[in-house]
Design a protein around this ligand. Structure first.
Ligand code: SF4
Length: 76
């Protein structure tokens, strides 16, 4: 899989902890960064493709990604 999108990631150099909030922590800071990221869709598709289990990827939490996968299965 082409990973060149990573070089344009808005999260490069930021504290990774932001993107791995705990169960009761707010994911808004990570989502805010993702919202301004030019490779958000590629990042999200990567996370969906490899079934990333943790963290905010492409502006989506693990729970949100599971929902997307379920929706795609239903409409496939
Ligand atoms: S969408 Fe978010 S997690 Fe993905 S590369 Fe961009 S800033 Fe990083």
């Amino acid at each position: 899989m082409n990973q060149s999108w990573r070089t344009k990631a808005a999260c490069r150099g930021l504290d990774p902890q932001i993107f791995y909030p705990g169960e009761d922590e707010d994911s808004t800071p990570a989502k805010t960064v993702c919202g301004s990221c030019s490779v958000q869709q590629a990042c999200l598709e990567h996370a969906l493709g490899v079934r990333e289990k943790e963290g905010v990827w492409g502006g989506c939490t693990e729970r949100e990604r599971r929902r997307i996968i379920r929706q795609r299965r239903r409409t496939a």
